[in-house]
Design a protein around this ligand. Structure first.
Ligand SMILES: [Zn+2]
Ligand SMILES: [Zn+2]
Length: 568
């Protein structure tokens, strides 16, 4: 049946979702070079990103005249653009804009992630006009010397093809692929393994262990995921594909008898497996024995089961041998939220709505941490307005039952390490989150002293997104993390794991260090809307990778205990 309705002769002419997405991304870039409405530009970019993940072939859907607006981010205008791309191979609007643009701008459409405005500034100042020259000057360090680190980052990313994706984006993709394996490829079992299962924050490859009695059929079907997904390598029991979203997909066939062996080896990490086989037996012998589950594998060698998040080759194998693995923190340990914005600064929901959302999650408290006065671009709250907000929250708390709104602020740490409000105001807050939002480029020593000095203020409680990193966008600013952890320990300050999927800051590695020094860590969302409170799961993933237990996590405490810790 299937083969009859799917003439393979047509397959080569089918546009893949990736090719459609590329054209939409190029259009977004051309529109942005024309200073078009930024929302429109964003809508095209977002649609392009979403389309790359879809299993359904948009090309085939257009030919079958199906409705494309059923997908998130595809409205009537974008649907009609996709129809035009499929039927004509291009977009009149894109071609017209390219024709009108200077040759230098038109050339950029091959690199849709480059911002034309910024690139033109570089071209003008360095007196060049091609991507080839841009690449040379970036590699020689000239772009960074003249324009600084952020511009160099932007250019580097725009010129490098992306082969990585944020973990939370991979969550959606992973689910779509699992469904496709089960329903379209007819595998009887499919489980995600690899970095994804260990909850590594940036993913370059998705790995699935699958059970099937017809692997060639699975490979054929997978080649048609999203219209076309190229096969990049295959053997009798495994295959790799280049997904449209830029990352790889690897399939490994396993049977019921050796499911445990394949789940363990496909989950990794390499460092973990190396330690594991030093107390078990070589991999080839393990393979002979098979094991129907991972649990039976670990048990066979007298080891506690090791949660995937802990399999990084630290000390987990030794601890599993000694029966001393930590009981990792879970979502139900979380009693409240300590970093959330409202309409008062750059959030989109009112304090009341944020409180209601916290109550719906079963929380006991939520701290409202709007930006402080200096952060003007994010609607920083003036001294007078914060006084008013304090009184307002007191009034709300008088009426609320079962939930407490905590009076707080995300206070900027100024260049010299001073906090952005006077002490007599800070004193009225229940606690503070203090963060760096400016002067990222300070010298390492100066930046370290800035943070240490800020912690000397007795109203400093939690250091917000400690390193300022943005995953896949920019590295954190430089400072001596050990010295800052030491200062936090001495002064009774705390860290957070910021759950924003592109921050996850502290990293698991730094959170592990802080916890080892005895410093407690808040798992916070930095929510700017009610829905973002759910992102706590992303922070919990990292907390678990850091080996944190409930006792390490600040917001697992009830407010009365927390209150004592915040008073220095
Ligand atoms: Zn912040
Ligand atoms: Zn914030």
């Amino acid at each position: 049946m299937e083969n009859l309705t799917d003439p393979t002769s047509e397959q080569t002419t089918v546009l893949s979702n990736a090719e459609i997405a590329d054209r939409l991304a190029s259009l977004a870039q051309m529109l942005s070079s024309q200073k078009e409405n930024p929302y429109k530009v964003k809508a095209y970019r977002r649609a392009a990103a979403h389309i790359r993940n879809l299993p359904e072939s948009l090309d085939e859907m257009v030919r079958r005249e199906e409705d494309l607006t059923q997908f998130v981010g595809i409205g009537a205008a974008i649907a009609s653009a996709i129809r035009e791309i499929v039927t004509t191979g291009t977009l009149t609007k894109l071609e017209r804009l390219r024709g009108e643009a200077s040759p230098a701008i038109a050339e950029l459409s091959g690199h849709p992630r480059l911002d034309p405005g910024r690139v033109m500034r570089v071209y003008k100042k360095l007196n060049i006009n091609s991507v080839r020259e841009l690449r040379q000057l970036m590699e020689s360090g000239q772009v960074e010397r003249v324009f600084g680190n952020r511009m160099a980052q932007h250019i580097r990313q725009g010129l490098t093809e992306t082969h990585a994706m944020l973990l939370y984006r991979a969550d959606d993709l992973c689910q779509l692929i699992q469904e496709y394996l089960l329903s379209a490829c007819h595998v009887s079992r499919a489980e995600a393994a690899g970095d994804y299962r260990r909850r590594v924050e940036v993913i370059e490859e998705l790995v699935f262990v699958i059970e099937t009695d017809d692997f060639p059929h699975v490979v054929e079907r997978m080649k048609r995921y999203g219209g076309r997904t190229p096969l990049v390598g295959a053997g009798v029991d495994h295959a790799s594909f280049a997904l449209s979203s830029g990352i790889l997909l690897r399939l490994q066939v396993a049977a019921d008898e050796d499911w445990g062996f394949y789940m363990a080896t496909c989950t990794g990490s390499k460092a973990h497996l190396k330690k594991l086989v030093s107390v078990t037996e070589p991999l080839r012998d393990l393979k002979q024995e098979g094991f129907t589950s991972e649990k039976s594998l670990y048990r066979h060698f007298g080891l506690q089961y090791v949660e995937p998040e802990l399999r990084e080759g630290h000390d987990e194998v030794e601890r599993a041998e000694a029966g001393m693995l930590p009981g990792l923190v879970t979502a139900k340990d979380i009693r409240g939220e300590l970093h959330a914005h409202s309409l008062s600064s750059d959030g989109v929901d009112s304090i009341e709505d944020m409180a209601e959302a916290a109550r719906e999650r079963g929380y006991e408290y939520i701290g409202i941490t709007d930006h402080s006065q200096s952060l003007k671009i994010a609607g920083g709250v003036s001294v007078d307005d914060l006084w008013q907000q304090i009184h307002y929250i007191d009034k709300l708390n008088g009426k609320l039952r079962g939930l407490r709104i905590l009076k707080s602020s995300e206070v900027d740490i100024l260049a010299d390490g001073a906090l952005d409000y006077p002490d007599d105001l800070l004193k009225e807050l229940d606690y503070t989150v203090c963060s760096i939002h400016s002067r990222f480029a300070l010298d390492k020593k100066v930046q370290t002293e800035r943070l240490r000095r800020a912690m000397d203020n007795r109203y400093f409680n939690i250091l917000g997104h400690a390193t300022g990193r943005l995953l896949l966008k920019r590295p954190g600013y430089e400072f001596d993390i050990e010295r800052v952890i030491d200062q936090a320990r001495q002064n009774g300050c705390f860290f957070e794991i910021n759950s924003s999927p592109d921050r996850l800051d502290l990293s698991a590695e730094n959170a592990r260090r802080a916890a080892a020094a005895g410093v407690m860590i808040a798992v916070s969302t930095d929510s700017h809307s009610m829905g973002e409170l759910d992102l706590v799961r992303c922070g919990l993933d990292q907390a678990r990778r850091a080996g944190l237990q409930k006792a390490n996590v600040l917001n697992s405490l009830p407010w009365n205990k927390l209150q004592r810790l915040f008073r220095r």
